[in-house]
Ligand binder design. Structure first.
Ligand SMILES: [Zn+2]
Length: 408
């Protein structure tokens, strides 16, 4: 792959802001970054001039169910190709494929399909040479589209959630927190579950949090009716993340601060927020940011198959959702995920008054750091993956590079 030289008026790495810079990429990685007078451009490099534009790292979405008409639980190469290429057009270059509550067997089938896809792509990209030989036989060479987000792992959103705060997750398949079931899921996913959502107040939750932690998963608090003390116990046991903060949580009250009060006052726990102007009111996001600061709030989409599609009916896991005016609901009229893309979330957060560099951090380095991939993803730095987004002054996406591909 030839060297690409990207000239930008401004770069947000996003640890710092640099003016009049050039980024060199080769073989899917960033190989140099600096002022245009300082970086030596190899002869034969392909130039991309982003005059008047801002270049930021590709967005990292740790909570996304689907896009382009497909749901991750379909777990076929065609469905996952469609989802990853659809979100890449909006600047999302890495995702955690997020499951919803379904039966144990059905969830295992989905996890196996997603894991095979991830392993096949790792092999394809030569990132991990020691892939089991039979994986390739089971899964034909992936038809990688040019521009595609990378699936970094899996976010298991169900079934260990509260029936009282289940949102649209089907009640029949909700399960008590169970190490045995999570072990099954872990095996089916080939160890690729990175986040598991758990309602802390359900018996068995604390043991499951400890098991998740001991096995390299992030225990996340979500879909929960937990009170303040129950949430603190979960944090004590090792929970460090919270899923679509405010949504599907016991509401805050000044005499009963509950899960929301516990997370707002705990700096070590990160919070996803769905910044689409529908799931959470703007002032509530300002309360979240005002309390927790800009270092622990992540933009997540909770996007469904309807994302990037016209209004209509779509699947979420194994149930149907209806989309009207871009708002996704189930048959009872409950909000059922979103049609949000992270570029829109970024614009929304900036319109709330968040400085652009902090907003970019919420969509890039902070989620990457949450899943322990901060040096590789969500950052413009030498050695990191060449995942880049070019933004206009009004924060529209006009160019995307995913691991060195795209950005024409
Ligand atoms: Zn979700």
């Amino acid at each position: 792959m030839p060297v690409t030289a990207i000239y930008a008026s401004r770069i947000l790495t996003p640890q710092e802001q640099l003016a009049d810079c050039v980024i060199l990429t080769e073989n899917g990685r960033i190989t140099a970054i600096g002022h245009r007078d300082e970086v030596k451009i190899p002869s034969g490099a392909m130039d991309y001039v982003a005059a008047g534009m801002t270049v930021v790292p590709g967005f990292v979405d740790v909570h996304i169910h689907g896009a382009g008409g497909h749901d991750v639980m379909e777990a076929t190469p065609a469905a996952l190709d469609c989802i990853t290429s659809t979100v890449a057009r909006y600047g999302t270059t890495s995702i955690l494929a997020t499951t919803v509550t379904a039966s144990v067997d059905e969830t295992c089938r989905s996890l196996q399909g997603i894991a095979q896809y991830i392993r096949a792509h790792e092999k394809h990209e030569n990132i991990e040479p020691n892939v089991e030989p039979n994986v390739e036989q089971q899964n034909p060479e992936p038809g990688t589209p040019e521009l595609a987000a990378e699936i970094l792992g899996i976010h298991l959103e169900g079934p260990f959630i509260s029936k009282a705060r289940r949102g649209v997750h089907p009640p029949d398949a909700i399960a008590r927190p169970s190490v045995e079931i999570l072990e099954k899921f872990r095996a089916a996913s080939d160890g690729l579950i990175r986040i598991v959502t758990i309602a802390p107040e359900i018996p068995g939750a604390l043991d499951l949090i400890r098991y998740a932690l001991a096995n390299g998963m992030i225990a996340a608090i979500g879909h929960t009716d937990a009170n303040f003390e129950q949430t603190q116990a979960a944090i004590q046991a090792g929970a460090r993340h919270s899923v679509h903060f405010y949504n599907a949580m016991r509401p805050f009250s000044h005499r009963d601060p509950g899960v929301i009060g516990a997370i707002l006052t705990e700096p070590d726990v990160s919070a996803e927020v769905i910044a689409d102007g529908i799931h959470v009111a703007g002032p509530a996001i300002q309360v979240l940011l005002g309390t927790k600061g800009f270092d622990t709030v992540l933009l997540a989409s909770d996007a469904t198959a309807a994302t990037g599609m016209p209004d209509g009916n779509f699947r979420l896991g194994n149930f149907e959702v209806m989309v009207k005016d871009g708002v996704c609901r189930n048959a009872e009229g409950k909000l059922a995920g979103s049609t949000l893309t992270l570029d829109r979330a970024l614009r929304y957060i900036v319109a709330l008054g968040v400085p652009l560099i902090d907003a970019v951090r919420m969509a890039t380095i902070l989620p990457a750091r949450r899943i322990s991939l901060a040096g590789k993803k969500g950052i413009i730095a030498v050695g990191a993956d060449a995942d880049l987004v070019v933004l206009t002054a009004d924060l529209r996406v006009v160019g995307v590079m995913t691991r060195g591909a795209g950005l024409v």
